[in-house]
Design a protein around this ligand. Structure first.
Ligand code: G3P
Length: 217
């Protein structure tokens, strides 16, 4: 499973990228706001750090305007994936932009039927939002399973990009189900290294090592 980092924080991207943990980046209007940066400027900087796909989201609501914004975003760098919302206009924009050779990430997906439409419109990525379904007492991971089954049943090439990932369990379960990609905030990715038994075991090793009176260096 590929790891995308869900942030427009350039330093956080750089740190994870240096460790080989970043196969791509996803951003959205809320993350651009959080960064306090200009969208074109920060997106260009991110594209210079990461060689994989960098999702940049349109903010228009009509297909023609989304297409125009998408073309402008795609001109930033060859690794831009234009992000469009899962609306009828977004699907039209997806069809046009993919036919022009651009990568398109269809976002704000909350149902298997929406994912089916995105695949038929030629989406490169579909972004089902797990955490936001969990927030309303549905199981976001069930949606990932449903989309995996549907895409496999019909051989769709659209990649499942599990988004709105909030927990380590979301990551492991997405990998078990077979999501192609997961995107998570840097804090969630770094948190994957944590385990209480690792901490406990290390503490015991340090205590026993001190008792040996030895040094390696
Ligand atoms: O990639 C989509 C993601 O940014 C949404 O996450 O936590 O705001 O639901 P969240």
């Amino acid at each position: 499973m590929k790891f995308f980092v869900d942030t427009a924080d350039v330093e956080a991207i750089r740190e994870l990228n240096d460790l080989g943990m970043v196969d791509g980046v996803t951003t959205n209007p809320s993350l651009i706001l959080k960064s306090g940066r200009d969208i074109l400027e920060v997106t260009k900087e991110i594209c210079g750090i990461v060689s994989g796909p960098v999702s940049a989201e349109v903010v228009a609501l009509t297909a023609n305007e989304m297409i125009a914004e998408g073309r402008k975003l795609a001109a930033i760098a060859p690794n831009i994936a234009v992000k469009v919302p899962l609306t009828w206009d977004g699907l039209k924009a997806c069809k046009t932009l993919t036919s022009e050779g651009h990568m398109v990430n269809v976002t704000l997906c909350f149902s298997a039927n929406q994912a089916l439409l995105a695949a038929k419109a030629g989406a490169t990525y579909i972004s089902p939002f797990i955490g936001r379904l969990d927030d309303i007492n549905l199981d976001g991971l069930d949606l990932i399973s449903e989309i995996r089954t549907i895409y496999d049943n019909y051989g769709f090439d659209t990649q499942i990009l599990a988004a709105s990932i909030r927990t380590a369990n979301h990551v492991a379960q997405c990998a078990m189900i077979g999501a192609d990609v997961m995107t998570a905030p840097p804090s969630v990715i770094k948190g994957l290294a944590n385990h209480v038994l690792t901490d406990k075991g290390l503490e015991q090793f340090m205590k026993d090592w001190a008792k040996t009176g030895q040094k390696i260096l």
